[in-house]
Design a protein around this ligand. Structure first.
Ligand code: NAG
Ligand code: NAG
Ligand code: NAG
Ligand code: NAG
Ligand code: NAG
Ligand code: NAG
Ligand code: NAG
Ligand code: NAG
Ligand code: NAG
Ligand code: NAG
Length: 722
């Protein structure tokens, strides 16, 4: 065979596997439409053709210009992906234009719809297998006194959750290109899960300012794929009402089949080397994936193929020899060569290496032996003791936790200047102030004694807390395990706890302004929401109360005390173990004996009450804040008579009432009716934005009545009832 022929053969062998595998179920089915790939289970074809799975039919006009659409629908489809299971469609924007007209009743001019609108009927129905992604899209609202909400129809249309934002601008030059933070443009990045439904609608209202019509004649609201819209001032003046925006959808198999029964003829994961995964968006549903080491389309018989890792030896074997195996590969060295890890370390000639290694080992041994002989006799006793504790407290596993510093007993002694300054004490143990060698102040906490049964749990807690990195969660900086009871080193919160500030005898903030209270509430809520959002573990704090919300020197709140936190596996989302403070306990607990993340929400509701009333949980001897407030709220439909007189100015009444309303929602008995922590944070943030946008302070409450004027009174924190 000539060299040329060999070369050609080699080229053919190399290029053949890189051709794109057909993604259709049979060669008769069209593989694309107007440039959009149509991978199975999607397909184009006649009813009996088998080109698509039921519910995944795509229509193509075949005139070469129109994008494909979902069968029987008119929504244009921009792309379809098998993995991750997603697609992108173009959806129309919502809009509402206005004109000035004279009211017949009082002969005043007012701003009214001019009839150009699809704001209320914008009813995008993406149903069946598709769900609008709540994480990969954002809601954008354009306008100068505009609120828009996107809501889902949670639980069969009886109760909806909504997310929205307020956009405001006083004059023509206020808005800036590219700036979508509330002036002329606002956006919501985290939306409610479009759980089990996919219709959404926008609610918009405008205040009666005629001047605005010259620079913002219409309001607009739309969902758009994140990063696919940048605000342009000119859009405020005139956005094309026929404009459509790219929106990301998630899809899943949503029929009678499930991961549980692979023998069901409808089971979708047809490839031998596939696995079935429950869908995370929407209630029922699953998707298929290729097993590790395989790639391709898991919905097609024979669709998942071995990844030929050895084609790129640089990537997988550090350039060493590579042997292909079914679903995996093996790296090795040719004879005469050696590597202590052929997967990552290039092989070196054996002889050379052995010599080097022998030398190195010889020298090290020679020196070390002497040292060890001397030291070991000296340290034997002490060592045995500390090593024992180290192991007992879970040190061996914890060493692998990346961000955590493991301090020795001696180091801790130095850091705390031999426990000279006590910051606090409780049933858990004591907290000392300390200074790290680099000057950072820390709090060193000695925990309750750890027995063998608690050991694993403790390791897990420390491990997870060290991974929870958020500006509003107290940072675990390290721990010391070489003592009988483990010591934890935390970030230092200079301004003490919210409990001391609110109710302390000598509060550092005698005048505690509403703005700061709202900021603290928002940040604390964000910290908890972050904690609840962990994807790997379901986490609840378990003891949310002002004493566990610490403030740093800039009054930034830090959620602390994870002593009672429990980490729950995904399939067990509640716990029966409880050590929280009795006064704060969720009444649900006494009925079911179970605490969930919604118990944190309940406790946060109490914190909100304490913030607006500045009353402790039990006051005037035996009056209980939650009970008293709920009674008054029920009777008067207002918490006004209990608000802290220091902040209850007339112009802030509206904000306080809204916070009270939110607190009451958090305190609901029915766990399902309480909002999620994320939603609580969003609603509070919305109030702050409304307050900061300026108008609300002096013109309120008219402002909110104005924007809710169009028949349905509306406010930020009320639920949407369908
Ligand atoms: C086909 O393409 C033309 C433009 O070339 C367009 O006007 C028409 O609506 C498209 N669809 C059909 C069904 O003809
Ligand atoms: C969709 O349209 C096809 C004809 O194009 C029809 O056979 C099918 O029943 C329709 N499906 C639904 C759900 O209306
Ligand atoms: C309503 O206002 C918009 C924007 O000014 C304008 O484009 C539209 O033609 C108006 N519609 C009617 C029916 O007057
Ligand atoms: C309404 O106001 C306009 C201008 O202010 C005035 O000309 C008109 O007479 C008024 N109409 C009534 C019914 O009062
Ligand atoms: C919205 O869509 C749903 C489901 O397709 C339909 O029942 C409802 O009538 C629509 N509402 C409007 C206002 O179009
Ligand atoms: C949803 O509500 C409708 C009517 O309100 C009812 O007929 C139906 O059974 C409900 N579905 C579920 C799953 O609860
Ligand atoms: C959305 O943004 C991505 C990345 O910025 C870009 O590649 C894509 O073309 C955009 N899609 C549309 C429909 O504008
Ligand atoms: C997937 O969902 C089904 C029910 O839809 C459930 O029985 C099964 O346990 C779930 N599997 C996993 C791994 O969560
Ligand atoms: C899948 O597995 C079955 C049984 O193990 C076997 O009969 C069949 O040939 C396999 N199919 C492919 C495409 O490997
Ligand atoms: C192999 O993998 C390396 C590292 O990921 C990459 O830089 C290189 O381009 C790849 N080579 C080929 C031929 O794919």
């Amino acid at each position: 065979m000539s060299t040329a022929a060999a070369l050609i053969l080699l080229l053919v062998a190399l290029s053949a596997p890189t051709t794109v595998e057909s993604q259709t179920i049979s060669p008769e089915c069209p593989a694309s439409c107007t440039g959009v790939d149509i991978p199975y289970p999607f397909g184009i074809g006649a009813a009996g053709s088998g080109c698509f799975r039921e519910g995944f039919e795509i229509s193509c006009t075949n005139n070469g210009t129109d994008l494909p659409v979902f069968a029987n629908k008119s929504t244009p489809v921009v792309n379809l992906y098998v993995y991750p299971p997603s697609s992108q469609v173009m959806l129309p924007i919502g809009y509402q234009c206005y004109k000035l007209s004279r009211s017949p009743s009082n002969n005043r001019t007012e701003v009214k719809s001019n009839g150009t609108s699809n704001a209320k009927t914008n009813n995008i129905s993406i149903d069946g297998v598709h769900r609008i992604s709540n994480t990969r899209n954002m809601l954008v609202v354009l306008g100068c006194a505009t609120v828009a909400l996107v809501k889902n129809n949670y639980k069969n249309g009886t109760l909806g959750t909504a997310s929205g934002c307020l956009s405001f601008c006083r004059h023509a030059d206020a808005a800036q290109d590219g700036d979508c933070t509330g002036i002329g443009c606002c956006k919501v990045d985290t939306m409610p899960e479009f759980d089990g439904t996919t219709a959404f609608e926008f609610l918009m209202r405008v205040s009666g300012r005629s001047r605005m019509l010259t620079y913002s004649p219409c309001d607009y609201a739309f969902l758009v794929a994140k990063n696919n819209y940048t605000f342009q001032k000119s859009d405020l003046m005139s956005m094309e009402t026929s404009r459509t925006m790219p929106v990301n959808l998630d899809w899943a198999i949503r029929d009678s089949s499930s991961c549980a029964d692979a023998t069901d003829p409808k089971y979708a994961c047809k490839s031998n080397n596939s696995r079935c995964v429950n869908s995370t968006n929407g209630p029922a549903g699953y998707t298929c994936r290729c097993k590790d080491g395989y790639e391709g389309n898991a919905y097609l018989p024979g669709g998942c193929n071995d990844i030929k890792e050895c084609r790129n030896k640089t990537k997988h074997c550090a350039g060493n020899d590579c042997v292909e195996m079914d679903g995996s590969f093996k790296c090795g060295c040719p004879t005469g060569y050696w590597s202590n890890d052929p997967n990552t370390v290039p092989c070196t000639p054996d002889a050379e290496l052995q010599l080097a290694a022998k030398l190195a080992i010889g020298i090290t041994l020679g020196i070390s032996f002497l040292l060890i002989a001397v030291l070991s006799t000296l340290l034997k006793l002490q060592r045995r003791r500390t090593k024992g504790f180290f192991k007992k407290n879970g040190g061996l596993t914890l060493r692998n936790v990346g961000t955590l510093n493991i301090f020795t007993k001696e180091e801790i002694k130095k850091i705390t200047k031999n426990n000279s300054e006590v910051l606090g004490r409780g049933c858990f143990g004591k907290v000392y102030k300390g200074i790290l060698p680099n000057g950072t102040a820390v709090a060193v906490k000695t925990s309750i004694e750890i027995n063998k049964a608690r050991k694993e749990e403790f390791t897990k807690e420390v491990e997870i807390q060290s991974q929870m990195i958020h500006k509003n969660i107290i940072k675990l900086m390290g721990c010391c395990l070489e003592v009988d009871v483990p010591m934890l080193v935390y970030e230092f919160a200079a301004n003490g706890s919210l409990q001391d500030i609110l109710h302390g005898k000598t509060s550092v903030l005698p005048n505690f302004p509403l703005d700061l209270r709202l900021d603290i509430a928002i940040d604390a809520a964000e910290g908890l929401a972050y904690m609840h959002s962990s994807t790997t573990h379901t986490i609840r704090h378990g003891d949310v109360k002002p004493a566990n919300i610490l403030l740093d020197d800039k009054n930034m709140p830090k959620i602390s005390d994870f002593g009672t936190s429990k980490f729950l596996t995904k399939d067990k989302d509640h716990t029966v173990l409880v050590v929280g403070s009795m006064e704060y306990i969720d009444p649900m607990f006494s009925e079911t004996g179970q605490l969930t993340q919604k118990s944190d929400v309940y406790n946060f509701g109490v914190v909100l009450l304490e913030l607006i009333t500045r009353k402790p949980i039990v006051y005037d001897g035996s009056r209980r804040l939650v009970v008293e407030f709920r009674d008054i709220y029920r009777k008067e439909n207002s918490g006004g008579s209990m608000f802290d007189k220091d902040i209850a100015t007339e112009e802030d009444t509206y904000i306080l009432e809204e916070i009270a309303k939110l607190a009451v929602m958090c305190l609901r008995k029915d766990v399902e009716e309480r909002p999620e922590m994320k939603e609580v944070a969003e609603r509070l943030a919305m109030l702050r934005r409304a307050r900061k946008s300026g108008n609300i302070n002096h013109k309120s409450p008219q402002y909110f009545e104005e924007i809710g004027a169009d028949g349905a009174p509306m406010s930020f924190t009320s639920e949407i009832n369908n």
